[in-house]
Design a protein. Structure first.
Lengths: 210, 210
């Protein structure tokens, strides 16, 4: 791993654990065992590190999602796999860190918004389009409305105003919302295939619809 | 109509049209053609009128919904009718007025929140429970999660952050979200009945799934 990538990976771990605000350039260089001079050769300041850490993470996520989805047999398996990956990413994230970035690092936050708006929304649009073409999703659905609904459902599962924490685990909320969403768009042909995946994944708790 | 109800009805019309802030006690008494003294016999101040207008409106809505739903044959027709009523109420409301009330009349806003949290949420829970008992909705759905999802979907259709206004009419968004929600919870038996309602209502644009 080249030095820059090593710095990003270590800085990310520090931010994840302690948030961005309490971590200084000194902390980062000490933790990696490099001089501050070396650190400043690669990054202009902490803002720059936060920005590049977020960019690095989103690039990684995008790449992982693309690799994983290439193995899907059809749009239905794709949406199930993609949702599970998103769930994993979001579970690993420290929500306090995201709020921190949103409040204090607008440039870095823009990358998160872009990930959601461009990559996520575009992937779902494409999935819905192919699903309709293959006769798996109903042709009456409005792709734009349904794609935006799905993005919002991913966010909503974490919204304690909508789903107070005591009711059910976040994971249960996400899984219910995912399977409800998919069932709501399926044709009869799609339902048969969907039920096969539910059977196939039934021992995998990540995919269980209940 | 007794005088108090007449005041509430006129004040409501004024608020709907001009918002609450620009309307004074003078405007209200002048518009109704009563003295300010008479107005103050029934209401302590404008806050009191706003509060009672909202309460009156929510009571009316609750009563209308209950009457209308008593005609439904089963939980599926009930959810279709109820959603259409909610859509009508929200379409009649001036969004600027709601924001006004939320910001400046916390006591009145509490009635709106209570309508949403208690009446709406409780009605949907009850609908889902009966639908499951009658074999129309899948028994695997989590009633609490799905009820809160449905309340949030009603709100979401008006959220221009989620559905930018240029994309589709609000009505189209609401109808797509409603029918997607219902399809997502149906059993096979429920699907047959649902499709009959879609057929039956197909010439009624309010119910058309597309």
């Amino acid at each position: 791993m080249e030095i820059k990538e090593r710095i990003l990976s270590k800085a990310e771990a520090l931010f994840w654990k302690f948030g961005t605000r309490s971590i200084t350039m000194d902390d980062i260089s000490r933790d990696i065992g490099i001089s501050k001079k070396t650190l400043y050769q690669h990054f202009t300041d902490k803002d720059d590190i936060v920005y590049q850490v977020i960019q690095y993470r989103m690039d990684q996520n995008r790449e992982n999602v693309s690799c994983r989805l290439a193995t899907a047999q059809d749009p239905i398996e794709e949406i199930l796999l993609a949702s599970e990956l998103m769930r994993q990413y979001l579970a690993e994230m420290n929500p306090a860190l995201l709020i921190d970035v949103q409040r204090h690092y607008p440039r870095a936050w823009e990358i998160c918004t872009e990930f959601k708006e461009k990559f996520l929304l575009e992937s779902i649009r494409s999935n819905l389009k192919r699903g309709i073409e293959q006769g798996l999703y109903r042709s009456e659905i409005d792709i734009e409305i349904m794609a935006r609904l799905r993005v919002e459902l991913i966010r909503m599962a974490y919204d304690t105003d909508v789903f107070p924490r005591m009711l059910a685990g976040m994971k249960e909320v996400q899984i219910q919302l995912l399977h409800h969403f998919v069932r709501g768009i399926l044709t009869e042909k799609g339902s048969i295939i969907y039920n096969q995946y539910v059977q196939q994944y039934q021992n995998d708790p990540a995919f269980s619809p209940k």
